[in-house]
Write a protein that binds this ligand. Structure first.
Ligand SMILES: [Fe+2]
Length: 548
């Protein structure tokens, strides 16, 4: 039995669950090549071959089908569900975030915390009726919220608290600071979400220098139509300060990060004290703040923390159908099944497609048949930067080995080399390591799972110096832990690198250059030819491509 989920706001996507397990999740930005795109994701779904045999359709409330937006595609999908004896369900925004976190975790019981830039939910957690008024956000129970708490037990989610966007909206704060102070992009403009750049800057700043400009003004005075400016962040002043020097930018970012952490800790603490959970699940776009998430391990020792693989809005198209499958239809939970929590949910491409695409540019490239041993060897030489392509693409913000650019983390100048050859990012932005799961405890201060790069952790004393290319200025790294069950190919590949070098990790950055992560073999070849990446390795078929 299939359930299809849609999200058509920023970070549009669709997902398909079969017997509760995702078989496909596509983020539309990967196809139309526009970051954080708002699109008719239903239309993309209707073009797939899986489009007629689903029984249920699940959207979250602000799914972009309001009014006449994408109405044709939406009506067609509802028609298909009804033809198959099923129906359309509308789930709340945070209800879908919470469901994606909890139902992909292996916890039988957990406290769930979602935090983002706002969405529509029902206070009682009941389903929103599809009564033909899906553009009506004003029902008695409707609440606009940026922060919610839920309790998950087996296949049920119970709402504990919903904090309205008027009281707390860190997602919107960060979007406004990112654009108004630093002049960087957000999910709502073409440059894409650059909040991560601000988080990267924070590591180089003095958090106390501008703290008084953020204390007690985040989340209030930021509402549309609010005329009281007394409690508002002074964007004009901070923007002027930011433009004086790069160090000022770092100091402002550090202050914003410090106040954000204080708020997150202070709102979570009472719930931790009241419910005394063994397990905590996190979702919502603000949980991409891996620095705050890493610190939760110190704030709440002894609690297991699990992060949603797709915590921002692209994950809603899997969260909504998961809620329907478990909570509404009463199906049991799925535990310890790597497919249920996989982030490798994109389409796979066969060898013929790959060879056809290479053939189109044959005068520009040389290809040879090779294997992992040879490519590992290349990685240890000449500061080579190698893109790898294979399996289904990663859902979520991070490339995790299937659409990745890899390099030797031991190299002292590798950050600059990668930036010159391909990424063109600001010099202060860190690159992340993919670390064998078994070796995490030897290298980092916490021995945890972080398969989706959700946690920023400190290296143990002296260890970071061995891998300068993935060491951030404050002695941390945003690590991806790699176990065999997560990604068998990647695990064995890193293991070969360890056998050769003694280092159980690789530098891993997404395969792209100021654009969404590459999706198709054609995108991969285009990005490879456009940049100075040294080799492109189609690892499923042992094909190594270099420029002629
Ligand atoms: Fe959200």
């Amino acid at each position: 039995m299939k359930i299809v989920g849609f999200h058509a706001g920023h970070d549009s996507s669709y997902g398909i669950l079969e017997d509760g397990i995702p078989i496909l999740h596509n983020e539309i930005e990967r196809f139309n090549r526009q970051k954080n795109t708002k699109e008719d994701s239903l239309k993309y779904f209707l073009d797939t071959k899986e489009n007629t045999d689903f029984k249920y359709l699940a959207t979250h409330r602000t799914c972009g089908v309001r009014g006449n937006n994408y109405r044709n595609s939406f009506d067609r999908c509802v028609g298909i569900a009804e033809n198959n004896g099923g129906k359309h369900f509308i789930i709340g925004h945070h209800q879908a975030h919470a469901a994606n976190a909890f139902f992909t975790s292996d916890f039988e019981e957990a406290l769930i915390f979602t935090i983002d830039g706002g969405g529509i939910d029902r206070k009682d957690g009941e389903l929103i009726l599809d009564n033909g008024l899906i553009d009506d956000h004003k029902g008695d129970n409707a609440v606009i919220t940026g922060t919610t708490f839920w309790y998950g037990k087996k296949n049920k989610l119970t709402p504990l608290d919903m904090i309205t966007h008027k009281k707390l909206n860190l997602g919107k704060d960060w979007a406004l600071c990112t654009s108004n102070i630093f002049g960087l992009g957000t999910v709502n403009d073409k440059r894409g979400d650059q909040a991560g750049t601000v988080m990267g800057m924070a590591a180089l700043g003095n958090p106390d220098k501008y703290i008084s400009y953020f204390e007690n003004v985040l989340t209030i005075g930021l509402l549309d139509g609010d005329t009281d400016k007394s409690n508002r962040i002074d964007y004009g002043f901070l923007n002027k300060e930011a433009n004086i020097s790069e160090q000022n930018k770092f100091d402002i970012a550090a202050s914003l990060q410090k106040e954000t952490e204080r708020i997150i800790k202070s709102i979570l603490t009472p719930y931790i004290e009241k419910y005394k959970p063994k397990n905590l699940c996190l979702s919502g776009g603000v949980s991409l703040n891996c620095v705050s998430v890493g610190k939760m391990l110190d704030w709440f020792p002894g609690i297991n923390i699990y992060c949603d693989p797709i915590p921002y809005d692209a994950g809603l198209s899997l969260g909504a159908p998961r809620y329907v499958y478990h909570h509404v239809l009463g199906n049991p939970r799925i535990y310890n099944n790597p497919k249920n929590k996989s982030s490798y949910l994109g389409k796979t491409y066969d060898e013929k497609t790959v060879r056809n695409e290479i053939d189109k540019v044959k005068e520009k490239v040389v290809i040879e048949n090779t294997d992992d041993d040879f490519v590992v060897d290349l990685l240890t030489k000449d500061n080579n930067v190698i893109s790898v392509y294979g399996g289904g693409s990663e859902s979520g913000r991070r490339a995790l080995g299937n659409r990745s650019i890899l390099a030797d983390p031991r190299s002292t100048d590798m950050k600059d080399v990668i930036n010159e050859k391909v990424k063109h990012r600001q010099w202060f932005r860190p690159f992340a390591p993919s670390v064998l799961r078994d070796d995490v405890g030897e290298w980092f201060v916490h021995d945890i799972d972080s398969p989706y790069m959700s946690f920023c952790l400190k290296f143990k004393e002296g260890m970071g110096d061995k891998v300068p290319a993935v060491l951030h200025f404050n002695g941390t790294a945003r690590l991806q832990t790699v176990a065999e069950k997560d990604n068998e190919w990647y695990y064995n590949f890193i293991k070969k690198f360890k056998e050769k070098t003694g280092i159980p990790m690789l530098l891993n950055t997404s395969f792209n250059d100021r654009e969404p992560i590459v999706e198709t073999p054609e995108h991969a070849i285009n990005c490879f030819l456009r940049t100075n990446i040294d080799y492109l390795y189609f690892r499923d078929f042992g094909i190594l491509v270099r420029k002629s």
